[in-house]
Design a protein around this ligand. Structure first.
Ligand code: 5GP
Length: 195
């Protein structure tokens, strides 16, 4: 998506440790016009799929997933990070290692908000090693929900998540795929075939 690539080149900051900061439009201050355009693009990509729910993980996925849910006119459910898994069995849970914080979180989704009737579109802001998405997929599978699509705003294509999920056959679409980035020069190189 050209608009997104241009914005990343203009405002993205490459940090050591292969971290791209996009705080000025996606992760801290939010450009609602850009997020609306991103959501419209996902609506185009997944048009015709029987999507009745969007699923993401707190916190940074929520903003973009909200816009996507609005475009599909469906509810958004976000997986919550929690200190202690409750043992009452009223939620689906999984473990996710956070890329940016280097910690392991338990995450849960209430059984009230996800079930085997659901056809979901999973949305997140970034894809790196794929831990967050694998956790969301695990929760969706535990609920018996059908995964109709996975929409990512920025994929770091030099990390293993995208390759692994595509090899497993998941319908993954990333609006910008970064093939390389350099913290010293600030250079960012995009994959040509990304939308
Ligand atoms: P993964 O689980 O695929 O390794 O990492 C994805 C999650 O980590 C995303 O939900 C995102 O919040 C965070 N993340 C991974 N890489 C980056 C990055 O380069 N920049 C930012 N801002 N977040 C990232």
């Amino acid at each position: 998506m050209e608009l997104l690539r241009q914005r990343i080149l203009k405002d993205g900051v490459v940090r050591p440790g292969s971290v791209l900061k996009v705080d000025s439009f996606l992760n801290h201050q939010i450009d609602v016009e850009l997020l609306d355009a991103i959501a419209a693009e996902f609506e185009r990509i997944y048009a015709g799929k029987p999507i009745n729910k969007v699923l993401t993980i707190e916190a940074s996925g929520i903003a973009v997933a909200c816009f996507v849910a609005r475009h599909f006119s469906v509810p958004l459910v976000f997986a919550k990070k929690t200190q202690s898994i409750n043992l009452e069995g009223d939620s689906y849970s999984t473990r996710i290692e956070s890329y940016t914080h280097g910690r392991i979180f338990d995450v849960i989704v209430s059984k009230k908000y996800l079930c085997s009737e659901d056809h979901i579109l999973i949305v997140d802001d970034f894809l790196a090693n794929g831990c967050a998405l694998e956790g969301l997929i695990d929760i969706a599978e535990k609920a018996g929900a059908s995964i109709e699509g996975i929409g990512i705003v920025i994929e770091k294509g030099f990390q293993r998540g995208g390759l692994s999920l595509r090899e497993q056959g998941y319908p993954l679409s990333s609006l910008a795929i970064i093939d390389s980035m350099d913290a010293e020069t600030g250079e960012i190189v995009f994959r040509r075939d990304a939308r």
